[in-house]
Unconditional design. Structure first.
Length: 316
């Protein structure tokens, strides 16, 4: 398969800032164990915008010599770093990887396989939240990533997560992810909407599976859910969909069905979720309240929260 075309892997240091060291090393170990391995890539580009200490960066490069560090201007943000990686890469396929995820052993092969069909330009895997317990179950229920669908066949879809997607490089450079939006995360949702509107199929590969870590610590939890509210406000403005409509009984019923379906899939993945579910509900309510507060603040002061968050990071 890999002989038919070549590929590059892109990650960045901006996302390493909120990853704990043990989780980061587990993530890189899961990348090293892939088939094909990262050494089979044209390059594994780490776009360094100065977000992690040089000593840690040197340690990572020593432990994983296949990482190629590419300096970027200080303050380069997540989506800017991802697009810079696409510009610098030489592979026909760009595979995007994030440092706060653990990748299934066959993830790389599963996300690359569909590109044997020349008409396919985008392949998105499935990402869900890692962890079981009071906090882990709460995040499986209330965080942004859905549970695995349970499907096995390649299907057309309308979205992707940038921690688990691959593009033909030529296509991505001609249809770039927008980097100048007033969002913390969510540019990929706007990008996906633009692609679908222009007639592009985003192919969903349910067998390319990734576990994403939940917010790491109280500070990350607090800001992450506030910013989900911030992003929700801006996505409603930037993506004209039915979410802008007033709530209806059918809409409420649909959300309830999604909620029940997520619990069912959580149970199917790990029965222990049912044990922790009652204890996790207060955490879910707190996270939902933070989203509501973030959304409410942003409706009154659209740029306030993201500006405050960036100031907060600079003070850490």
């Amino acid at each position: 398969m890999s002989a038919a075309f070549n590929f590059s892997i892109v990650l960045e240091t901006e996302n390493l800032e909120t990853a704990d060291l043990a989780g980061l090393l587990r993530s890189l170990a899961s990348l090293e164990a892939q088939d094909p391995p990262p050494t089979a890539a044209n390059e594994v580009l780490l776009i360094d915008s100065g977000d992690i200490p040089e000593t840690l960066l040197a340690q990572l490069c020593q432990q994983y010599p296949w990482i190629k560090v590419c300096p970027a201007p200080p303050g380069t943000e997540y989506y800017q770093a991802k697009m810079l990686g696409a510009e610098l890469a030489t592979g026909e396929i760009i595979v995007y990887y994030d440092s706060d995820c653990i990748y299934a052993p066959d993830w790389m092969r599963k996300i690359l396989d569909p590109f044997s069909q020349p008409e396919i330009q985008v392949v998105a895997g499935e990402t869900t939240t890692n962890g079981v317990g009071i906090y882990g179950t709460a995040m499986a229920l209330g965080y942004i990533f859905p549970q695995y669908s349970g499907r096995t066949e390649l299907t057309s879809g309308k979205s992707y997560f940038l921690n688990n997607v691959a593009f033909r490089r030529s296509f991505l450079l001609s249809h770039p992810i927008p980097t100048d939006l007033p969002l913390y995360r969510g540019n990929c949702a706007v990008h996906a909407h633009e692609l679908v509107q222009s007639g592009v199929t985003i192919w969903q590969q349910p067998l390319a599976q990734v576990l994403h870590s939940p917010p790491n610590g109280l500070d990350h939890f607090f800001w992450r859910f506030l910013l989900i509210g911030h992003d929700y406000y801006w996505q409603k403005k930037l993506i004209p969909t039915a979410t802008n409509a007033e709530p209806t009984m059918s809409g409420i019923k649909g959300k309830l069905e999604i909620f029940i379906d997520r619990i069912r899939k959580m149970r199917d993945r790990d029965i222990r979720h049912l044990v922790f579910l009652p204890l996790s509900l207060p955490v879910v309510l707190i996270s939902s309240f933070l989203i509501y507060i973030g959304y409410s603040i942003t409706t009154q002061r659209p740029h306030y929260l993201l500006k405050k968050f960036n100031q907060h990071l600079n003070l850490k």
